[in-house]
Ligand binder design. Structure first.
Ligand code: ADP
Ligand code: ADP
Ligand code: MG
Length: 479
């Protein structure tokens, strides 16, 4: 492998190219009109223009990217996450054109891309699943019957859903018909597939996922868990590894279950098997994401590996060089997703220009970043600016480091999730490890955050005033 194209943008494009460079592989970036001056373009050895700003006119044009890649002698394509990463046809077309797709084969992507097909595939492996049905449902009466059996509340889910979209909680029978009609129409317009199904709504779960890695020689390992329970709109904002609630026994059990899921679809490369864990420590298979995950850095830090490097090696056909028994958890890592979103306004995207943009630095601080000062935030894509990651010997130290890093991360011009992150890392429930996926609903309100921000501003003003008076005093004494 001599030349690698990253079919993505922003921080993940830079993240992947960093490892490729380290391995002596030439890098190629792709970009849309909006991204012509983006850092990922300058970071690459070569860059090709792929089209207009909307992603369906650029980053989602698989065939076009493949054609252009072939022209300049690319021999491998890394899809990052989002965009084409879970597109089975793309994986197949890359291979059919004589290039290496850095990810699983089309069959595995297809199975795991559908939550229903995934349940079907893992059924025979004795893996606990959320109670519910395992086929698409359209008949309201049948849905009512099933929901009564499972017991309300239930969750209607889109089989093709992702990114926290396409889910509806139904509390009682009288709401079911309306919610189902909406869910089907939403799934059809958002995912081009109206299949929905029903799951029991687990009341206070934690989201725990296992990182796995598979080579083409039948070896599969897991690289421990990530805890991703701090979510807004069913989407993660804060992640950590290891989880503070997993015992070594439970970790082993969930790790083995994840490996079975990978084996059920003849998996290749990096993947994530997601589970819900209830308050009695029962775990249930949710879905598998067939790609590198946004929050992969926390696993890299505690396991001491470079996941992209392993992805590239197994894609080249090499055997995994690490064995399960060689892996040990060392230290504790956190990740805060820094989104250009307003935590005081329902986490809505905050558009604008990064008038000030300064990253924190120091031992144990890693920022996977795709932006720089002066840049405008394109409205066309996911508004994630960077991932702020901290790593230390203990959970407490890594938390303190995160708070320090948040303070030293300077952003002006747009609102971000940084103040929300500070709120989380200062919150007693989070600090004690006693939280679940309802953290935001249970503990967070914009008023609380606003109050805290005002209080801090007041405190800062008092400190400044005291200093001023003291300086004046010194002046008087000295003159
Ligand atoms: P992860 O699953 O890696 O923890 P996300 O759920 O935020 O993180 O998804 C990663 C990226 O992929 C995000 O940019 C998200 O918007 C996008 N994404 C995931 N699934 C889908 C989907 N089915 N349709 C559109 N975008 C998706
Ligand atoms: P996506 O493809 O959007 O990532 P997931 O199935 O992974 O969908 O679920 C995303 C999040 O939604 C979970 O982390 C959890 O917070 C919530 N969730 C999903 N299924 C259930 C369930 N059966 N009960 C309670 N919460 C759920
Ligand atoms: Mg998920």
């Amino acid at each position: 492998m001599k030349k690698l194209l990253v079919a993505n943008r922003g921080e993940i494009a830079i993240r992947v190219m960093t490892t490729a460079k380290k391995m002596g592989i030439k890098t190629v970036a792709v970009y849309s009109t909006a991204d012509r001056n983006a850092p990922h373009v300058r970071f690459a050895d070569e860059a090709i223009f792929i089209g207009e700003s909307p992603s369906n006119k650029s980053y989602l044009l698989g065939s076009k990217i493949i054609k252009l890649a072939k022209k300049i002698g690319v021999d491998a394509i890394h899809p990052g996450y989002g965009f084409l990463s879970e597109n089975a046809d793309f994986s197949e077309e890359v291979a059919a054109n004589g290039m290496i797709f850095i990810g699983p084969r089309a069959k595995a992507i297809k199975i795991m891309g559908s939550k229903l097909a995934a349940k079907e595939a893992v059924k025979n492996y004795d893996i606990p699943m959320v109670p519910g049905i395992d086929n698409a449902i359209t008949d309201v009466n049948k849905a009512i019957e099933i929901s009564k059996e499972i017991g309300f509340p239930i969750l209607i889910k889109a089989s093709a859903g992702g990114g926290g979209k396409g889910m509806r909680v139904v509390e009682k029978e009288s709401e079911l018909e309306e919610q189902m009609t909406r869910a089907i129409s939403e799934a059809t317009s958002a995912f081009g597939d109206g299949s929905v199904f029903i799951e029991k709504y687990i009341s206070s779960p934690r989201h725990i996922e296992i990182q796995i890695m598979a080579d083409s020689h039948g070896n599969v390992i897991h690289l421990f868990e990530r805890e991703c329970s701090i979510q807004r709109r069913h989407q993660k904002v804060v992640e950590e590894a290891p989880s503070s609630v997993l015992t070594p026994e439970l970790r082993k059990k969930m790790g083995e279950a994840a490996i079975m899921v990978a084996k059920s679809c003849d998996y290749l490369g990096a993947g994530t098997v997601e589970f819900l864990l209830d308050d009695k420590n029962n775990f249930y298979f949710l879905e598998m994401n067939t790609r590198l995950q946004v929050e992969h850095p926390v696993s890299e830090l505690i396991a001491g590996v470079d996941l992209v490097e392993i992805q590239i090696k197994v894609a080249r056909g090499e055997k995994l060089s690490i064995k399960q028994e060689d892996l040990k958890i060392k230290g504790h890592a956190f990740e805060l997703r820094v989104y250009a979103e307003d935590p005081l306004n329902d986490f809505l995207p905050s558009v604008g220009t990064l008038d000030v943009y300064k990253l924190p630095q120091g031992k144990g601080i890693r920022v996977d970043n795709g932006f720089e000062e002066g840049m405008e935030i394109p409205i066309y894509y996911d508004p994630m600016l960077s991932k702020l990651i901290t790593y230390a010997d203990t959970r407490n130290e890594a938390m303190e480091l995160m708070l320090k890093a948040i303070t030293n991360y300077k952003v002006e011009g747009v609102q971000t999730t940084l103040p929300f992150g500070k709120f989380v890392f200062e919150h007693e429930a989070f600090r004690s490890g006693n939280f679940n996926t309802h953290f935001v609903k249970d503990y967070y309100s914009p008023e609380l955050l606003e109050g805290k921000i005002k209080e801090e501003a007041k405190l800062a003003a008092i400190i400044a005033l005291k200093k001023y008076l003291k300086d004046k005093e010194i002046l008087r004494v000295n003159s």
